[in-house]
Write a protein that binds this ligand. Structure first.
Ligand code: AMP
Ligand code: MG
Length: 469
């Protein structure tokens, strides 16, 4: 019955959060439970008949210290001085069998002092989207928060679409510290809290970092690597606000996210991203922008501001090169090259241009490289052949390019039309598509369910995702 809670955030100053319990719901029903993850984090000691109540927030597990975290952030570039967990409650942290500390958070668990106009709730659609996509990201080897459980609440909640089934997601994260957590104290001039937070973040995530500027360097490196990984699987986060930018370097907040089908640098899914700020190809720029906001916040605690500004500027200016290196490494692997050389960047870019010009499917094109099926991905086959000739010559000097490609190019990604269809079925009470997706996406480099490789037909395309979460 014992869950190994070890709550360090709750021991920080009161200004960091508001203590409160989740708001109980009418009729909790367990829809999904991640038994493997539960084992990893020591949550399997719970009796199964209590899962629904616990993951709905109706029953608090022993040792929990529930609270809503305070943070601020830039949303679509606009400063918002106070955000915070408006519909999430941190139950506490566990120390897993692997010794790792993880946050256990309920999302959709009722109003908090940070809810502003919101109802503190989530509906089933975004809960299952986050469950499926975050677990898919994990299986792809990309740093991410995880999904432990999803429950329905038995209560209707109201969104633009009308009445929808309420749900709660249990999210597991290496922490929920964000750029926005630093921004809130920096903006208020609460330097002591900023220092406390900085020390806490260093201890929790980057114990080798020596002071705030070293923390900045570590976060810049982690974010650069993360975004390069997103790019390499065609992932579009959709809402890279500074409050959704985790210090740990994990992907967090799967609101309007999506994977692209046909390749385009300008692809946007989020219905509210009218300017394309968070378009696929703009994600590296935004990651740098977010890290620059972290720099601005961290500097507020430095005694010698001029020196700090100089150092922080250097770190932020170095980030595009980190991104380019990480990006080149990932994309080189996608075309079978382990150690990129002069000329490889051109090779990758000319393939991407060709894909964009002909609307080739991102995932299937890379997955089929080296097989006869590759040229079928292109409407202009002669153009593909012209690209493939120097590429084939280049691969002659590579050790086992097929193995490199097989490890870099997933066969199955959570395509947006499958996610939407899964949600529609779940709302109608059919969880079979959810089970099918989670199962196939657990081993995305293996073709266990070939039909899930198929891009959407003209009528199946789901071009937009909604933030109305
Ligand atoms: P997000 O775009 O999901 O990262 O959320 C941005 C901010 O809005 C966070 O402070 C959330 O807690 C808050 N928020 C989003 N949805 C709701 C809701 N239904 N009720 C209360 N707060 C919400
Ligand atoms: Mg958020």
């Amino acid at each position: 019955m014992h869950i190994p809670f070890d709550n360090s955030y709750a021991a920080l100053p009161d200004a960091f959060f508001t203590r409160l319990n989740p708001t109980p719901v009418k009729a909790p029903d367990l829809l999904a439970f991640n038994a493997d993850l539960a084992r990893e984090i020591g949550f399997d000691a719970l009796p199964a008949d209590q899962y629904a109540d616990i993951f709905a927030g109706n029953v608090l597990p022993q040792g929990a210290a529930p609270l809503a975290q305070l943070y601020a952030g830039h949303q679509f570039g606009n400063w918002n001085p106070q955000l915070g967990d408006g519909r999430a409650i941190l139950l506490g942290e566990t120390l897993g069998r692997d010794g790792k500390r993880r946050d256990i958070q309920l999302k959709g668990s009722g109003p908090t002092p940070y809810s502003r106009m919101g109802d503190g709730r989530a509906w089933l659609g975004p809960v299952l989207r986050e469950y499926v996509v975050s677990e898919a990201m994990h299986a792809l080897g990309i740093p991410t928060t995880r999904a432990l459980a999803a429950v329905t609440t038995g209560e209707d909640i109201w969104r633009e679409q009308g009445a929808l089934p309420g749900a709660v997601l249990t999210r597991v994260a290496s922490s929920h510290l964000r750029v926005g957590t630093f921004q809130v104290f920096a903006h208020r001039g609460e330097v002591d809290h900023l220092k406390t937070l900085t020390a806490y973040a260093i201890q929790r995530h980057y114990p080798d970092a020596n002071g705030p500027m070293d923390l900045l360097r570590a976060v810049a490196a982690a974010q650069a690597d993360l975004v390069a990984q997103w790019m390499s699987v065609g992932f579009i986060h959709g809402v890279m606000n500074t409050d959704n930018c985790a210090i740990s370097g994990e992907t967090i907040d799967y609101g309007p996210c999506a994977f692209m089908d046909g390749f385009h640098q300008g692809r946007v899914f989020s219905s509210i991203d009218q300017q394309g700020r968070y378009a696929y190809g703009n994600q590296p720029n935004i990651a740098v922008w977010n890290v620059a906001q972290l720099a601005t916040a961290l500097i507020q605690q430095m005694d010698d501001k001029d020196a700090a500004i100089e150092e922080a500027t250097e770190i932020v200016h170095a980030m595009p090169a980190l991104l380019e290196t990480a990006w080149l490494q990932r994309f080189a692997a996608k075309i079978g090259i382990r150690t990129p050389q002069e000329g490889d960047l051109d090779l990758i870019q000319s393939l991407l241009t060709l894909m964009q010009d002909t609307g080739a499917d991102f995932t299937n094109t890379f997955r089929s490289l080296g097989t006869p099926a590759a040229r079928d991905q292109f409407t202009d086959r002669a153009a593909f052949d012209a690209w493939a000739a120097p590429w084939t010559a280049r691969l002659a000097s590579e050790p086992d390019p097929n193995a490199t490609m097989a490890a870099a190019n997933p066969a199955i990604i959570p395509r947006n039309h499958r996610i939407e269809a899964m949600i529609e079925a779940a709302v109608a009470g059919d969880m079979a598509p959810f089970a099918r997706l989670t199962q196939a996406l657990a081993t995305p480099f293996e073709i266990t369910d070939g039909d899930l490789q198929r891009p959407p037909t003209e009528t199946e395309i789901v071009p937009a995702t909604f933030c109305g979460t």
